[in-house]
Design a binder for this molecule. Structure first.
Ligand code: C5P
Length: 224
């Protein structure tokens, strides 16, 4: 059976990673969460007080960053490593969510992350989720999915995900963060979030996980 590249782009907290993970499991593909890469870069930039307006400082910082994904047998997912340190939990904190879209809009940061994403894609048999995967990273991907869902559905899902790690957080704060990121991600100059012309739209506001998987597997089967 032919191995393909599947891209999943869309707004924040639409469940992109969930679909990507389900697909990767069903097809025995590698799942890459490209957002985790931008989050890890943001963590490094904040830890090292890198000034985004200082091009030389940004380039020096990027040269010192080594990103890798390591499979975690306990969770059954890949964890993000930054310079050999597992940062999977640290990158999900709210202060990273509040800063990541600004860091991800930087040209040098995007060039750095996209080069690594394309390298991973050389092997095919991958599902990658993000914002610009179908438009910029893999414009020739065999299957492109663009996900969307009602904002209140997204807030509720995201709230449940982050409440444990961010004590006292409110739904309103989660909603503000999603709206802010969607705005920055879709209006930035380089590789803004948008549906690729040949992407299939998946609105999962009213779909169960099982229904959603059935639908995307049908799209995959039409292409392999
Ligand atoms: O997917 P996740 O919500 O973790 O992504 C965090 C942020 O990383 C996004 O809001 C966006 O600013 C950035 N990102 C991006 N391009 C990607 C993936 C994520 O700019 N391909």
């Amino acid at each position: 059976m032919k191995k393909i590249i599947i891209t999943i782009d869309g707004y924040s907290s639409c469940g992109k990673s969930t679909v990507a993970r389900q697909l990767a499991k069903e097809l025995n593909y590698i799942f890459i969460d490209s957002g985790a890469m931008y989050r890890a870069i943001t963590l490094y930039f904040l830890q090292n007080k890198v000034n985004l307006h200082d091009e030389a400082a940004v380039n020096t910082a990027l040269a010192a960053i080594n990103l890798s994904f390591v499979f975690n047998a306990t969770t059954g997912k890949s964890d993000m490593y930054l310079n050999e340190v597992n940062v999977e939990i640290a990158i999900r904190e709210m202060y990273i969510s509040d800063n990541v879209s600004t860091v991800a809009a930087d040209a040098a940061v995007r060039e750095f992350a996209v080069a690594q994403q394309r390298k991973i894609g050389e092997q095919k048999g991958i599902v990658m989720d993000g914002r610009d995967i179908g438009t910029t990273v893999f414009p020739n991907a065999e299957l492109k999915i663009f996900m969307t869902a009602d904002i209140d559905v997204r807030v509720e899902r995201r709230y449940k995900e982050v409440v444990a790690a961010n004590a006292g957080i409110t739904r309103e704060e989660v909603k503000q963060n999603l709206a802010m990121r969607d705005h920055l991600d879709s209006t930035r100059a380089i590789s803004p979030l948008r549906k690729a012309d040949d992407a299939l739209v998946l609105d999962n506001s009213n779909l169960t996980m099982a229904e959603q998987l059935t639908l995307v597997l049908q799209w995959v089967n039409e292409r392999i």
